[in-house]
Design a protein around this ligand. Sequence first.
Ligand code: ATP
Ligand code: MG
Length: 309
Amino acid sequence: MSDLAELQRRAAERAAARAGGTDRLRGHLVCDGLVRIFKTEGVEVVALQGLDLVVDRGELLAVVGASGSGKSTMLNILSGLDVPTAGIARVAGFDLLTMNAKRRLRYRRKIVGFVWQQTARNLLPYLTAKENVELPMTLSGGKSRDRAMNLLEMVGVAHCADRRPDQMSGGEQQRTAVAVAVANDPEVLFADEPTGELDEATASDVFGALRTINAELGVTIVVVTHDHAVADQVRRTVAIRDGRTASEVRRSARTGADGAEEIVSQEYAVLDRAGRMQLPAGFVDSLALRDRVKLTLESDHVQVRPGDE
Ligand SMILES: Nc1ncnc2c1ncn2[C@@H]1O[C@H](COP(=O)(O)OP(=O)(O)OP(=O)(O)O)[C@@H](O)[C@H]1O
Ligand SMILES: [Mg+2]
């Protein structure tokens, strides 16, 4: 007779096999070969075509990409609003493809928070900032006035506690929205262009709020943005192209020769499990690469050359 520990071990093994190895399970959020096909009037749109992404617990990740590249499609799936066509999507131990309606509801109420681009979509217009933050707590049974005020302070809008959204600026509304999104103490926060309707200075305040929440509460955050200035403020930025993760930039601090701290950033192409990668469009254009290329393995790198003689 197999005991519980044995069953758990086998389940973990199966999950690892499904995810393609135990190292893939490490992530708090894992997408592997994620596909989403929309069918409208007989036409198929492949919005995600095998997207891979692993985000560690407590990370703050920025996602950038051209309009139509699949960013919102990905966030809608990850936040449990939409179901993918195929692939693996797992967040905080929830399997987003197979979970039933009850578990999906629990996932959306307790595990994830969301901030939308449209300020009006995040807050109820007839409630004050504080009441907006208290509402999700009330709905989930627990209510703490202190926590609501703490959160508003954390995102820098304590002075708006008793104001309704129409008495706040766009930036103040979005910072309040961040507080609302984490009111239930979720494990993960998704934000889709939260600064899209704001000017640069205000956008930077909203981003500051996200960074504070990430650091203070340890919430894993994935934020979609068009704003490259914003992407400069995080350690890791992933670029999506045509429904796939194409490249990522990692930044780290190091001490320069003069003793001052400097930020070094390095761009990487994303290599999937099958060994596929996407060449940057600029590289392809400048060498007029087409159809096929020649690869040569060198001792410590791979060369890519035009395929035509
Ligand atoms: N419900 C839908 N039905 C049909 N096609 C859709 C649907 N949602 C998205 N698409 C298509 O899927 C592709 C990806 O859309 P998505 O909204 O994810 O892009 P995005 O990266 O968020 O773009 P933007 O920066 O403009 O918000 C687009 O070609 C879009 O037209
Ligand atoms: Mg979008």
